[in-house]
Ligand binder design. Sequence first.
Ligand code: SIN
Ligand code: MN
Length: 270
Amino acid sequence: MSDPIRPQTIDVTRYERAGFFRAPDLLDPETLALLTARVEALGARPGPEVVHEKGTSAVRGIHGCHLYDDVCRRLVRLPALLGLAERLVGEPVYVYQFKVNMKQPGAGAAWPWHQDFAFWHREDGMPADRAVNIAVLLDPVHADNGPLRVIPGTHRLGLIDPAPAAAVADGEHDWRRHVSADLAHTVPDGVAESLARSHGTELVIGPAGTVYAFHPSVVHSSSDNRSADRRAMLLVTYNAVANAPRALSRPEFLVSRDTAALTPLAANTL
Ligand code: SIN
Ligand code: MN
């Protein structure tokens, strides 16, 4: 992109108010094509970092790609994405988590209502929600292919239903329950429905290449993909360096160990 956005010009008001934000166009078509091709190749990896829909060979998610793929390693340092994350978090950041959720046509299963920070705080001990999710739509996303649904403003409620660590049942610490449709830390349906009635909901939709940011504590979910269209969404979570959790037990492909502040690439291309 010849004229990348300058982070200091981003109006963060909407993000602060709603807990999510659709960014101006940040990625050029070549970057998007390169990323999409890489992601398709990475889905064939044999390791546990590639998660499949229950009982099928359909790829649900690919985790930690920035650790083993050069394109993804560079992506997280693109000035436009890194600048956006720094602007929204307000501090130097590193990559806490990198994943691509695939939602295959007719197979991609739902994500129940939840807050990401519930996982990061209870499983990893992340002190505060001083982090941001940057979402890149790799496919066109519309109302029928399982878009993310966000309840605006709920990031300001703190952790809903905050279970003390001791109250987390053993099975809930199994990382497979942090990436499957059987999520360990959810916001009960009744609570989410009531919040949706009072706050409304918004869909994370748009053409391929659209970039959104959403807050670690905003309540969100997504439905099954019953359409014929894949819905691949790449998610980079940037955390404040000073907010890095210290004692980690989950696999590195779910929680990065390298907490050094990222520096931007010289140009906005991969
Ligand atoms: C989804 O891919 O639809 C859900 C992603 C998330 O909850 O972080
Ligand atoms: Mn989530």
